[in-house]
Design a binder for this molecule. Structure first.
Ligand code: FE2
Ligand code: FE2
Length: 388
Protein backbone atom coordinates (compact mmCIF):
# COMPACT_ATOMS: atom_id res chain seq x y z
CA UNK A 1 0.00 0.00 0.00
CA UNK A 2 1.36 3.35 -0.96
CA UNK A 3 1.03 6.20 1.47
CA UNK A 4 2.51 9.04 -0.51
CA UNK A 5 2.12 12.23 1.35
CA UNK A 6 0.59 15.22 -0.29
CA UNK A 7 0.57 18.61 1.29
CA UNK A 8 -2.36 20.78 0.52
CA UNK A 9 -3.87 23.52 2.59
CA UNK A 10 -7.01 21.48 3.20
CA UNK A 11 -5.05 18.46 4.38
CA UNK A 12 -3.08 20.30 7.01
CA UNK A 13 -4.68 19.30 10.29
CA UNK A 14 -5.96 22.07 12.47
CA UNK A 15 -3.76 23.01 15.36
CA UNK A 16 -0.52 22.00 13.71
CA UNK A 17 0.04 25.31 12.02
CA UNK A 18 1.18 26.80 15.32
CA UNK A 19 3.72 24.07 15.77
CA UNK A 20 5.34 24.81 12.45
CA UNK A 21 8.94 25.81 12.65
CA UNK A 22 10.81 27.36 9.83
CA UNK A 23 13.36 24.66 9.12
CA UNK A 24 16.07 26.86 7.72
CA UNK A 25 16.00 29.08 10.79
CA UNK A 26 15.72 26.19 13.16
CA UNK A 27 18.56 24.22 11.66
CA UNK A 28 20.75 27.25 11.30
CA UNK A 29 20.79 27.48 15.08
CA UNK A 30 21.97 23.92 15.34
CA UNK A 31 24.86 23.13 13.04
CA UNK A 32 27.70 25.33 11.91
CA UNK A 33 26.92 24.70 8.24
CA UNK A 34 23.35 23.54 8.19
CA UNK A 35 22.71 24.60 4.64
CA UNK A 36 24.92 21.87 3.32
CA UNK A 37 22.53 19.12 4.27
CA UNK A 38 19.57 21.13 3.11
CA UNK A 39 21.06 21.49 -0.36
CA UNK A 40 18.19 21.14 -2.77
CA UNK A 41 18.03 17.56 -3.84
CA UNK A 42 17.42 16.00 -6.24
CA UNK A 43 19.43 18.53 -8.19
CA UNK A 44 18.57 17.51 -11.73
CA UNK A 45 15.71 15.99 -13.68
CA UNK A 46 17.62 12.73 -13.72
CA UNK A 47 18.04 12.70 -9.97
CA UNK A 48 14.43 13.68 -9.51
CA UNK A 49 13.51 10.59 -11.48
CA UNK A 50 15.95 8.47 -9.47
CA UNK A 51 14.40 9.76 -6.27
CA UNK A 52 10.89 8.90 -7.46
CA UNK A 53 12.07 5.39 -8.32
CA UNK A 54 13.67 4.94 -4.93
CA UNK A 55 10.56 6.30 -3.27
CA UNK A 56 8.59 3.47 -4.85
CA UNK A 57 11.18 0.75 -4.33
CA UNK A 58 12.07 1.67 -0.79
CA UNK A 59 8.56 1.38 0.61
CA UNK A 60 7.80 -1.46 2.93
CA UNK A 61 4.34 -1.04 4.44
CA UNK A 62 4.99 -3.63 7.13
CA UNK A 63 7.97 -1.81 8.59
CA UNK A 64 7.66 1.37 10.60
CA UNK A 65 9.38 3.48 8.04
CA UNK A 66 9.56 7.03 6.78
CA UNK A 67 11.27 8.19 3.59
CA UNK A 68 12.74 11.67 3.42
CA UNK A 69 13.93 13.56 0.39
CA UNK A 70 17.31 15.25 0.28
CA UNK A 71 15.82 18.27 2.04
CA UNK A 72 14.73 16.03 4.92
CA UNK A 73 11.10 16.54 4.00
CA UNK A 74 8.86 13.58 4.80
CA UNK A 75 7.71 12.06 1.51
CA UNK A 76 6.43 8.65 2.56
CA UNK A 77 5.20 7.15 5.79
CA UNK A 78 4.34 3.47 6.06
CA UNK A 79 1.03 2.34 7.54
CA UNK A 80 2.98 0.72 10.38
CA UNK A 81 4.64 4.05 11.22
CA UNK A 82 1.31 5.88 11.06
CA UNK A 83 -0.08 3.35 13.50
CA UNK A 84 2.98 3.47 15.79
CA UNK A 85 2.86 7.26 16.11
CA UNK A 86 -0.89 7.79 15.79
CA UNK A 87 -1.27 9.14 19.30
CA UNK A 88 2.01 11.04 19.33
CA UNK A 89 2.34 12.93 16.03
CA UNK A 90 0.42 13.81 12.94
CA UNK A 91 2.88 12.94 10.26
CA UNK A 92 2.56 14.91 7.09
CA UNK A 93 4.72 16.31 4.34
CA UNK A 94 6.85 18.55 6.44
CA UNK A 95 10.49 18.69 7.44
CA UNK A 96 11.24 15.59 9.50
CA UNK A 97 12.56 17.58 12.45
CA UNK A 98 9.45 19.71 12.61
CA UNK A 99 7.39 16.61 13.23
CA UNK A 100 9.98 14.73 15.35
CA UNK A 101 11.43 17.71 17.12
CA UNK A 102 10.25 16.93 20.63
CA UNK A 103 12.34 13.80 21.35
CA UNK A 104 15.59 15.53 20.50
CA UNK A 105 17.32 18.17 22.58
CA UNK A 106 19.40 20.79 20.79
CA UNK A 107 22.66 18.94 21.47
CA UNK A 108 21.29 15.62 20.23
CA UNK A 109 19.82 17.24 17.16
CA UNK A 110 23.19 18.78 16.39
CA UNK A 111 24.89 15.39 16.61
CA UNK A 112 22.22 13.84 14.43
CA UNK A 113 22.54 16.50 11.75
CA UNK A 114 26.34 16.24 11.82
CA UNK A 115 26.11 12.47 11.44
CA UNK A 116 23.84 12.76 8.42
CA UNK A 117 26.42 15.08 6.89
CA UNK A 118 29.45 13.03 7.78
CA UNK A 119 31.00 10.55 5.32
CA UNK A 120 32.87 9.05 8.32
CA UNK A 121 29.55 8.13 9.84
CA UNK A 122 28.14 6.88 6.56
CA UNK A 123 25.70 9.81 6.44
CA UNK A 124 23.72 7.76 8.96
CA UNK A 125 22.45 8.00 12.51
CA UNK A 126 21.01 5.56 14.99
CA UNK A 127 19.78 6.00 18.52
CA UNK A 128 16.83 5.69 20.84
CA UNK A 129 14.12 8.33 20.71
CA UNK A 130 11.55 8.98 23.44
CA UNK A 131 8.17 10.10 22.19
CA UNK A 132 5.97 11.69 24.81
CA UNK A 133 2.29 12.37 25.08
CA UNK A 134 0.97 13.73 28.38
CA UNK A 135 -1.87 11.24 28.48
CA UNK A 136 0.06 8.14 27.42
CA UNK A 137 3.12 6.21 28.48
CA UNK A 138 6.34 7.27 26.78
CA UNK A 139 7.06 5.42 23.56
CA UNK A 140 10.68 4.42 22.96
CA UNK A 141 11.91 3.71 19.47
CA UNK A 142 15.22 2.41 18.26
CA UNK A 143 15.64 4.73 15.27
CA UNK A 144 17.99 4.29 12.31
CA UNK A 145 18.43 6.86 9.53
CA UNK A 146 20.27 5.72 6.41
CA UNK A 147 20.88 7.59 3.15
CA UNK A 148 20.24 6.40 -0.37
CA UNK A 149 22.28 7.66 -3.28
CA UNK A 150 21.98 8.59 -6.94
CA UNK A 151 24.08 6.97 -9.64
CA UNK A 152 26.44 9.92 -9.16
CA UNK A 153 26.74 9.17 -5.43
CA UNK A 154 24.88 12.26 -4.31
CA UNK A 155 22.39 11.83 -1.49
CA UNK A 156 18.89 11.53 -2.88
CA UNK A 157 17.18 11.04 0.44
CA UNK A 158 17.01 9.03 3.64
CA UNK A 159 15.08 6.07 4.97
CA UNK A 160 14.16 6.22 8.65
CA UNK A 161 13.30 2.97 10.45
CA UNK A 162 11.68 2.81 13.85
CA UNK A 163 11.49 -0.20 16.12
CA UNK A 164 9.25 0.02 19.15
CA UNK A 165 11.55 -0.98 22.01
CA UNK A 166 9.41 0.31 24.89
CA UNK A 167 8.52 -3.09 26.24
CA UNK A 168 11.93 -4.61 25.57
CA UNK A 169 13.72 -1.76 27.33
CA UNK A 170 11.43 -1.68 30.36
CA UNK A 171 11.30 -5.41 30.85
CA UNK A 172 15.08 -5.84 30.55
CA UNK A 173 15.67 -3.07 33.05
CA UNK A 174 13.04 -4.33 35.44
CA UNK A 175 14.15 -7.94 35.24
CA UNK A 176 17.56 -6.97 36.55
CA UNK A 177 16.14 -5.00 39.44
CA UNK A 178 13.50 -7.62 40.21
CA UNK A 179 16.35 -10.07 40.76
CA UNK A 180 17.86 -7.73 43.33
CA UNK A 181 14.46 -7.54 44.99
CA UNK A 182 14.28 -11.32 45.12
CA UNK A 183 17.71 -11.38 46.77
CA UNK A 184 16.49 -8.86 49.36
CA UNK A 185 13.40 -10.97 50.01
CA UNK A 186 15.55 -13.99 50.80
CA UNK A 187 17.01 -12.06 53.70
CA UNK A 188 13.84 -10.37 54.86
CA UNK A 189 11.70 -13.37 54.12
CA UNK A 190 8.89 -12.72 56.54
CA UNK A 191 7.27 -9.94 54.55
CA UNK A 192 5.12 -12.27 52.44
CA UNK A 193 3.43 -10.30 49.68
CA UNK A 194 3.94 -6.94 51.42
CA UNK A 195 5.87 -5.47 48.46
CA UNK A 196 3.24 -6.51 45.93
CA UNK A 197 0.45 -5.02 48.04
CA UNK A 198 2.38 -1.77 48.48
CA UNK A 199 2.71 -1.64 44.69
CA UNK A 200 -1.05 -2.02 44.17
CA UNK A 201 -1.94 0.56 46.84
CA UNK A 202 0.61 3.06 45.53
CA UNK A 203 -0.59 2.69 41.96
CA UNK A 204 -4.18 3.17 43.09
CA UNK A 205 -3.35 6.41 44.93
CA UNK A 206 -1.37 7.70 41.94
CA UNK A 207 -4.23 6.88 39.58
CA UNK A 208 -6.68 8.76 41.76
CA UNK A 209 -4.38 11.77 42.05
CA UNK A 210 -4.04 11.71 38.26
CA UNK A 211 -7.82 11.53 37.77
CA UNK A 212 -8.20 14.54 40.02
CA UNK A 213 -5.26 16.36 38.38
CA UNK A 214 -3.92 17.24 41.79
CA UNK A 215 -0.23 17.08 40.92
CA UNK A 216 1.03 18.06 37.46
CA UNK A 217 3.95 15.66 37.72
CA UNK A 218 1.64 12.65 37.74
CA UNK A 219 1.15 11.22 34.26
CA UNK A 220 0.86 7.68 32.86
CA UNK A 221 4.66 7.24 33.11
CA UNK A 222 4.58 8.23 36.79
CA UNK A 223 1.83 5.68 37.48
CA UNK A 224 3.68 2.95 35.63
CA UNK A 225 6.94 3.74 37.42
CA UNK A 226 5.47 3.92 40.91
CA UNK A 227 3.76 0.58 40.37
CA UNK A 228 7.12 -1.06 39.82
CA UNK A 229 9.41 1.04 41.97
CA UNK A 230 7.24 1.05 45.10
CA UNK A 231 7.97 -2.67 45.30
CA UNK A 232 11.63 -1.79 45.74
CA UNK A 233 11.11 0.54 48.71
CA UNK A 234 12.85 -1.75 51.21
CA UNK A 235 15.49 -3.22 48.90
CA UNK A 236 18.15 -1.61 51.12
CA UNK A 237 17.38 -4.18 53.81
CA UNK A 238 19.72 -6.48 51.91
CA UNK A 239 22.39 -4.59 53.87
CA UNK A 240 20.68 -4.85 57.27
CA UNK A 241 22.23 -7.51 59.53
CA UNK A 242 20.15 -10.65 60.01
CA UNK A 243 20.28 -10.38 63.79
CA UNK A 244 18.38 -7.09 63.54
CA UNK A 245 15.87 -8.22 60.92
CA UNK A 246 15.21 -11.39 62.87
CA UNK A 247 15.48 -10.17 66.41
CA UNK A 248 12.40 -11.39 68.26
CA UNK A 249 12.27 -8.53 70.78
CA UNK A 250 12.30 -4.77 70.49
CA UNK A 251 15.25 -3.08 68.87
CA UNK A 252 17.71 -1.05 70.91
CA UNK A 253 18.43 2.55 69.91
CA UNK A 254 21.61 1.48 68.15
CA UNK A 255 19.81 -1.30 66.32
CA UNK A 256 17.17 1.20 65.23
CA UNK A 257 19.91 3.42 63.83
CA UNK A 258 21.17 0.49 61.80
CA UNK A 259 17.65 -0.39 60.66
CA UNK A 260 17.14 3.17 59.43
CA UNK A 261 20.17 2.83 57.20
CA UNK A 262 18.15 0.64 54.83
CA UNK A 263 16.89 3.86 53.24
CA UNK A 264 20.41 5.01 52.40
CA UNK A 265 21.49 1.52 51.34
CA UNK A 266 18.47 1.37 49.03
CA UNK A 267 19.61 4.46 47.17
CA UNK A 268 23.08 2.93 46.67
CA UNK A 269 21.55 -0.24 45.28
CA UNK A 270 19.26 1.70 42.96
CA UNK A 271 21.86 4.29 41.95
CA UNK A 272 22.11 2.89 38.42
CA UNK A 273 18.35 2.85 37.91
CA UNK A 274 17.70 5.47 35.21
CA UNK A 275 14.58 6.98 36.79
CA UNK A 276 15.23 9.07 39.92
CA UNK A 277 11.94 7.91 41.39
CA UNK A 278 13.66 4.65 42.38
CA UNK A 279 16.05 6.47 44.70
CA UNK A 280 13.40 8.91 45.91
CA UNK A 281 11.19 6.12 47.17
CA UNK A 282 14.00 4.08 48.70
CA UNK A 283 15.45 7.10 50.47
CA UNK A 284 12.35 8.96 51.62
CA UNK A 285 9.58 6.43 52.29
CA UNK A 286 10.02 6.90 56.07
CA UNK A 287 10.02 10.69 56.05
CA UNK A 288 7.09 12.39 57.81
CA UNK A 289 5.16 15.38 56.49
CA UNK A 290 5.93 17.28 59.72
CA UNK A 291 9.66 16.54 59.59
CA UNK A 292 9.55 13.79 62.19
CA UNK A 293 10.67 10.93 59.97
CA UNK A 294 13.99 9.52 58.80
CA UNK A 295 16.70 9.54 57.47
CA UNK A 296 16.89 13.31 56.85
CA UNK A 297 13.83 14.71 58.61
CA UNK A 298 12.58 16.22 55.37
CA UNK A 299 9.39 18.17 55.66
CA UNK A 300 6.28 18.74 53.51
CA UNK A 301 6.88 19.02 49.81
CA UNK A 302 10.61 18.59 50.29
CA UNK A 303 9.71 14.91 50.44
CA UNK A 304 9.35 13.61 46.88
CA UNK A 305 5.74 12.97 45.90
CA UNK A 306 6.43 9.33 45.04
CA UNK A 307 7.72 8.71 48.58
CA UNK A 308 4.74 10.56 50.12
CA UNK A 309 2.45 8.15 48.29
CA UNK A 310 4.41 5.00 49.11
CA UNK A 311 4.58 5.82 52.81
CA UNK A 312 0.77 5.78 53.10
CA UNK A 313 0.68 2.44 51.29
CA UNK A 314 3.52 1.02 53.39
CA UNK A 315 2.06 2.05 56.74
CA UNK A 316 -1.45 0.87 55.85
CA UNK A 317 -0.02 -2.55 55.05
CA UNK A 318 2.17 -2.63 58.15
CA UNK A 319 -0.89 -1.85 60.28
CA UNK A 320 -2.84 -4.69 58.73
CA UNK A 321 0.00 -7.20 59.24
CA UNK A 322 0.38 -9.20 62.38
CA UNK A 323 3.65 -8.67 64.19
CA UNK A 324 5.11 -10.15 67.30
CA UNK A 325 4.27 -7.00 69.24
CA UNK A 326 0.94 -6.13 67.64
CA UNK A 327 -2.13 -7.86 66.41
CA UNK A 328 -3.48 -7.61 62.91
CA UNK A 329 -5.50 -4.40 62.60
CA UNK A 330 -8.85 -4.33 60.84
CA UNK A 331 -9.30 -2.17 57.79
CA UNK A 332 -11.38 0.30 59.80
CA UNK A 333 -8.70 0.62 62.47
CA UNK A 334 -5.97 1.15 59.88
CA UNK A 335 -8.15 3.69 58.07
CA UNK A 336 -8.77 5.60 61.28
CA UNK A 337 -5.07 5.74 62.14
CA UNK A 338 -4.05 6.92 58.71
CA UNK A 339 -6.78 9.56 58.65
CA UNK A 340 -5.63 10.81 62.05
CA UNK A 341 -2.04 11.16 60.81
CA UNK A 342 -2.81 13.43 57.81
CA UNK A 343 -0.72 16.57 58.25
CA UNK A 344 1.62 14.98 60.78
CA UNK A 345 2.98 11.75 59.35
CA UNK A 346 1.36 11.96 55.92
CA UNK A 347 0.70 14.52 53.20
CA UNK A 348 -2.88 15.65 53.94
CA UNK A 349 -3.79 15.73 50.23
CA UNK A 350 -2.80 12.12 49.84
CA UNK A 351 -4.71 11.14 52.97
CA UNK A 352 -7.78 12.89 51.58
CA UNK A 353 -7.49 10.89 48.38
CA UNK A 354 -6.84 7.72 50.37
CA UNK A 355 -10.10 8.35 52.25
CA UNK A 356 -11.94 8.28 48.92
CA UNK A 357 -10.49 4.99 47.72
CA UNK A 358 -9.80 3.15 50.97
CA UNK A 359 -12.22 0.39 49.96
CA UNK A 360 -9.75 -0.56 47.21
CA UNK A 361 -7.05 -0.94 49.87
CA UNK A 362 -9.26 -3.39 51.76
CA UNK A 363 -9.84 -5.34 48.53
CA UNK A 364 -6.13 -5.47 47.72
CA UNK A 365 -5.36 -6.69 51.25
CA UNK A 366 -8.05 -9.38 51.05
CA UNK A 367 -6.86 -10.54 47.67
CA UNK A 368 -3.15 -10.69 48.49
CA UNK A 369 -2.98 -11.29 52.22
CA UNK A 370 -0.52 -13.85 53.48
CA UNK A 371 -2.33 -16.79 54.91
CA UNK A 372 0.33 -19.04 56.37
CA UNK A 373 3.23 -16.63 56.85
CA UNK A 374 4.80 -16.58 60.25
CA UNK A 375 4.24 -13.29 62.08
CA UNK A 376 6.89 -10.85 60.91
CA UNK A 377 9.47 -9.90 63.44
CA UNK A 378 10.97 -6.46 63.33
CA UNK A 379 9.60 -3.88 60.94
CA UNK A 380 11.26 -0.73 59.72
CA UNK A 381 8.29 1.33 60.90
CA UNK A 382 8.27 2.24 64.55
CA UNK A 383 4.97 0.86 65.77
CA UNK A 384 5.66 1.27 69.46
CA UNK A 385 2.49 3.33 69.70
CA UNK A 386 0.28 0.66 68.16
CA UNK A 387 0.67 -2.17 70.59
CA UNK A 388 -2.99 -2.53 71.44
FE1 FE2 B 1 11.38 0.80 54.81
FE1 FE2 C 1 7.67 -1.81 53.79
Amino acid sequence: MTQRLRQTKEETPQGLEDADIDTSEELSEIGPEPVEILEASPRSEEEAQEFETMLQLGQNPRLSQIILDGNLIIRYVSPAAIELFSEYYRIQQKPFFNVFRQPLGTAELRILIMSLKSPDRGYSWSGTLQHKNPTLRTLLTRTVINPFFSANRTILGYIVHFENVTHKYNSRLRTTFSSILEAAKLKDNDTGQHNERVSFYSKRIAERLYEKQLFPQIDPDFIDNIEFLSMMHDVGKIGTPDYILQKPGKLSDLEWDIMREHTINGTFILSSYPNPMAKEIALSHHEWWNGGGYPFKLEGEMIPLSARIVTVADVYDALRMKRTYKREFTHEEALERIMAAGGTQFDPTIVRVFSEIHGDFADIWDRLKDTDAAPPLNADIDMSDVTD
